[in-house]
Design a protein around this ligand. Structure first.
Ligand SMILES: [Zn+2]
Length: 249
């Protein structure tokens, strides 16, 4: 199968898996924002949105993205692949130093529902160890590749599992204009946007989205800050996603 067909099939499977699983909707849906939690009254009252980037880092594109985010004073969240961290250690330290959140996306972009215990630990715990050696701490959120997971994944995660709610499928066409339109027309308070910082078009999309949504009053935060501003603590092994409006009530 071609790459996009595989990803489409994985996405459909992930949707079915998640539709069947009893997963909570995001805990911040009804919670009032608490600005003190992320820096006090100098933080605007919201709405809040989190930009997340999977599959990197990739030096050429991630560097451009970090430059653009720094110019705008925006923090994002990067779910990195272990093998892409190799050789890009300074880039990871720059991310951390500039206030971005770093999370795990497995060592080799493996579908976690396909792995036995040994495979899981090779993909997730090895990446956690790599990040701990580099950054000096042990707590990192997990985003499963393709959103694929099962009960064993949750039991083994030892991390909050964070999905997304706005997905322009940027890998499918590398079309910045279309992606910007999809994101800016669908993003609401509390959303988590999914992009991939390995594509130049996606980097351009992200920066245009920041400019457009900031002009509408949105405040960009990391995923951790999205929890904190609502006074919520992410729990290890819990899947965080937003259910469709029809099923959230
Ligand atoms: Zn991925």
């Amino acid at each position: 199968m071609s790459n996009w067909k595989k990803r489409l099939a994985a996405g459909v499977l992930a949707f079915i898996t998640l539709a069947l699983a009893a997963v909570p909707y995001w805990p911040w849906e009804e919670a009032p924002a608490d600005r003190e939690a992320i820096g006090g009254a100098k933080i605007p009252a919201g709405p809040y949105v989190a930009l997340t980037f999977d599959d990197g880092p990739r030096a050429a594109t991630t560097t451009v993205l970090l430059d653009g985010l720094a110019q705008r004073g925006v923090h994002a969240t990067f779910f990195v692949i272990g093998e892409n961290v190799e050789g890009n250690e300074l880039l990871l330290q720059r991310m951390e130093g500039e206030g971005h959140q770093i999370g795990m996306h497995t060592y080799h972009h493996k579908s976690l529902d396909q792995l036995n215990a040994a495979g899981f630990y090779a993909e997730v715990d090895s990446l956690r160890a790599t990040l701990t050696a580099l950054l000096g701490r042990e707590e990192f959120m997990l985003r499963p590749p393709y959103g694929m997971m099962n009960a064993a994944t949750q039991a083994r995660a030892a991390a909050p599992i964070v999905l997304w709610s706005v997905d322009p499928e940027d890998w499918s066409d590398r079309d910045t204009a279309r992606q910007v339109e999809v994101i800016t027309e669908n993003t609401q308070d509390g959303d988590i946007i999914l992009l991939h910082d390995i594509y130049p078009a996606s980097v351009e999309t992200a920066l245009q989205v920041v400019d457009t949504l900031m002009a509408k009053g949105f405040h960009f935060v990391t995923v951790e800050e999205l929890f904190a501003v609502r006074g919520k603590t992410p729990e290890n092994g819990t899947v965080y996603r937003r259910l469709p409006p029809s099923s959230a009530g």
